[in-house]
Design a protein. Structure first.
Length: 180
């Protein structure tokens, strides 16, 4: 019985938050002067430049990555962002210890549809791919300080290490953001 009441309470709370978002109120999470801290995951389209969390294994080659992104809202709904990550990849190429970076901007259309453009890349063992990326999604504000942001991301390779535009990963992302 306690489980049913808990599920009902969560459902009612969730519906009330969705209704609040539909009316255009996001509780000030994307107001000028707010701070954003994000951790992302990616499915498909994995490449060596990653400022999120990832674990991949393809044909015996395994890679992992950890990272975080942060931003500052310079005006309502527009944040300037930067991110750092570190990963290790066991492969025939011996690309070990990759540091990743990302710098860009993220705009929340009507406070809940995040659209981002950025320059991202990595550096390690004389290997330094660089990409121009873009992503879009939807922000579900779970409460005053937490949102979940699923979306799609596309990266375009800008140099030889990134495939000179021949390898342009498309990926599904799930982001978890803290708003202060």
């Amino acid at each position: 019985m306690k489980k049913i009441l808990l599920i009902a309470a969560v459902a009612v709370f969730g519906l009330s938050k969705v209704n609040a978002q539909e009316s255009g109120s996001n509780g000030g999470q994307t107001d000028k002067g707010s701070i954003l801290v994000e951790a992302n995951t990616g499915f498909g389209g994995a490449h060596s430049s990653n400022t999120g969390f990832a674990l991949t294994s393809i044909d015996g080659d395994t890679g992992w990555n950890v990272g975080v992104e942060g931003g500052y809202f310079i005006i309502d709904n527009l944040a300037i962002k930067a991110g750092l990550g570190y990963g290790d990849y066991s492969s025939e190429d011996n690309i070990d210890g990759m540091f990743s970076y990302k710098i860009g901007a993220k705009y929340y259309i009507i406070g809940m549809i995040p659209v981002q453009v950025d320059l991202n890349g990595a550096s390690g063992n004389s290997f330094s791919p660089m990409y121009v990326g873009g992503q879009a999604g939807y922000a579900w504000f779970l409460n005053e300080h937490v949102s979940v942001e699923p979306g799609l991301r596309y990266d375009f390779g800008m140099n030889e290490d990134a495939g000179d535009g021949d390898f342009n990963p498309l990926s599904v992302r799930i982001g978890f953001a803290l708003h202060f």
